[in-house]
Ligand binder design. Structure first.
Ligand SMILES: C[S@@+](CC[C@H](N)C(=O)[O-])C[C@H]1O[C@@H](n2cnc3c(N)ncnc32)[C@H](O)[C@@H]1O
Length: 184
């Protein structure tokens, strides 16, 4: 079994309420999450990077490693990530702290969090914090396995969010869609 998968399944077994996925994201899903990124993209925050599948796709899209700030709760994942991405700022901290970054700092926030299964107050802190620190026109990218947009309706309405969604990515386990949210 590949090392990443072994570490992921070990943590899924220990902390199912935080990991909330059967396996790391597939290459296809990770690529779709990063479709809007390029070498011209500046600072990106990644929420819930796990074993780093999407982090690698962010780098493949051309974002500089030093321009990535990641928020991950799980200490085993944090150690793995720091070993793989020494120039990135990997924080052992809740994603709710994304809103503490400097205002207008981020071009994009890429989230692998189980956002819809989080308590309302946690989801609110993450989403409101994200849109506080995104540049005008910046994007919040989130995948979901479900049929509805992965941000609660009251938050979408309160923040006046618009969004696009990808086709279903059948190569992921389970199949998923990527939503890209913007303000206004
Ligand atoms: C569904 S896994 C996704 C992992 C990886 N992004 C991927 O797509 O393979 C969710 C990740 O979010 C992390 N997580 C859960 N709640 C979090 C929170 N409040 N703040 C930061 N990370 C969190 C978990 O530890 C786990 O690594």
């Amino acid at each position: 079994m590949p090392g990443d998968l072994r570490i992921f399944l070990g943590q899924l077994f220990r902390k199912p309420g935080e990991v909330v996925a059967l396996a790391p994201s597939s290459e296809a899903l990770a690529r779709e999450m990063c479709r809007g990124l390029s070498p011209e993209t500046g600072h990106v925050a990644e929420l819930g990077p796990g074993t780093g599948k999407i982090t690698r796709a962010i780098l493949s899209a051309g974002v500089a490693e030093k321009n990535i700030t990641a928020f991950e709760l799980n200490p085993t994942f944090v150690d793995t990530l720091r070993g793989q991405f020494p120039a990135a700022d990997i924080r052992r901290a809740p994603a709710q702290e994304v809103g503490n970054l400097p205002l207008g700092e981020l071009d994009a926030v890429i989230s692998g969090l189980p956002l819809l299964s989080m308590p309302n107050d946690v989801q609110r802190a993450i989403v409101e914090g994200t849109f506080r620190v995104l540049k005008p026109g910046g994007t919040f990218v989130q995948f979901t396995y479900g049929p509805v947009p992965p941000i609660a309706q009251c938050l979408r309405e309160g923040l006046k969010l618009t969004w696009t969604k990808s086709a279903k990515i059948w190569g992921n386990l389970p199949p998923a869609r990527v939503y890209t949210f913007r303000q206004g």
